[in-house]
Design a protein around this ligand. Structure first.
Ligand code: SAM
Length: 330
């Protein structure tokens, strides 16, 4: 299949992400009542190694905190829009819909390849855990031949993010008659493990399109591998290559500073980046760190540190009032 369809291995990376989350939940690192509904035969899946569970936990905590902080910094009085690019089996919409910020979300849009959105749309519709958050059945519709799911807040839409945003994103998100996204609401973009699969030119064009479309504050969170030019990074790259996954977006990001630079280059006002290594060392509450450390035996502490040092969360804000966003951090 790989031969006819070079994108199949990239789409399949979502399976790894979903299994990792399911595993971190079953081992009690994380609490997520929704992920099982998105994984076929969830109860038969084996847990992943401790190292994967810890990484999944740290990334989840870091991004949760930034999403919360975005809502706080935008101000209680305003609604926000969230767009998850390469959303895969992410459950964040359902976690937010069950939380205190539910009414602050004007739109939640998930984008992925049509194969993945079709599968997710079916899973959502047949799940009694997932479907209620979208609203009553008469406001939920399947569209675009089963590849899209639309509801008043949640929208799941098929797209190839490598294509020109003017011809692919604009009709979906910003059609002149009935734009899904308002240009005047604060908007948060989520890129979790997705930009690395695209060329730097394509991912820059994607972010730039949102910069140009929105007049309100724009926040962006990127979670990604980086620094793959060193010896451990090359081992990580070769592992992926053996599964036919190429990472055209990795080369320009040798270090943390380059991850922040991505945003500044695209005219964001401020940007930051943290490795999972430093999140574990300095940004997790000590009681919580103690709790997760006791969950499983971990032999390869050195390997853990090396892996965590090659993953980072970076985030940038583009807003006229920089001061409002000074506290947006992990
Ligand atoms: N963001 C989810 C998470 O963190 O759990 C899924 C991550 S998964 C590793 C990468 C996702 O990005 C896959 O679902 C894949 O199909 C999607 N993706 C990669 N390249 C894409 C593209 N060019 N257009 C649309 N989706 C893409």
């Amino acid at each position: 299949a790989t031969h006819d369809d070079p994108d199949a291995p990239v789409r399949a990376t979502d399976n790894d992400a979903a299994l990792a989350r399911l595993s971190a939940v079953s081992k009690r690192y994380l609490n997520d009542p929704y992920i099982a509904a998105l994984v076929p035969r969830a109860h038969l899946q084996e847990p992943r190694p401790p190292l994967i569970n810890i990484g999944t936990y740290l990334r989840g905590q870091g991004i949760d905190e930034l999403v919360d902080g975005f809502l706080r910094s935008a101000g209680d009085a305003t609604q926000v829009q969230i767009v998850s690019l390469g959303a895969g089996s992410d459950t964040r919409f359902w976690r937010l819909a069950a939380g205190p910020h539910k009414d602050r979300i004007a739109k939640y849009v998930e984008l992925d390849f049509p194969d993945n959105t079709t599968r997710k749309a079916m899973a959502i519709r047949k799940s009694r855990v997932l479907s209620p958050a979208l609203g009553s059945p008469d406001v939920v519709s399947v569209a675009a031949g089963g590849t899209a799911l639309r509801s008043p807040v949640y929208n799941l839409l098929p797209v190839d993010l490598r294509h020109s945003p003017e011809s692919s994103l604009r009709p979906l998100l910003a059609s002149p008659e009935n734009p899904l996204l308002s240009p005047s609401l604060p908007t948060l973009l989520l890129f979790e493990c997705v930009l690395v699969y695209m060329t730097p030119a394509a991912s820059d064009a994607l972010i730039q399109w949102f910069v140009d479309y929105l007049s309100a504050p724009l926040g962006s969170i990127v979670y990604e591998m980086f620094g793959l030019g060193d010896s451990f990074g090359r081992v990580m790259l070769n592992n992926l290559r053996s599964r036919n996954v190429e990472l055209p977006g990795a080369a320009p990001y040798p270090d943390l500073a380059s991850l922040s630079q991505r945003f500044l280059r695209l005219n964001f006002t401020d940007a930051n980046a943290l490795t999972l290594y430093s999140i574990r060392r300095s940004h997790i509450d000590p009681t919580e760190l103690d709790r997760i450390t006791k969950l499983e035996m971990l032999d390869e502490i050195e390997e853990l540190d090396l892996v965590l040092g090659h993953y980072a969360i970076s985030w940038g804000i583009k807003a006229p009032e920089a001061a409002d966003w000074r506290n947006w951090r992990i």
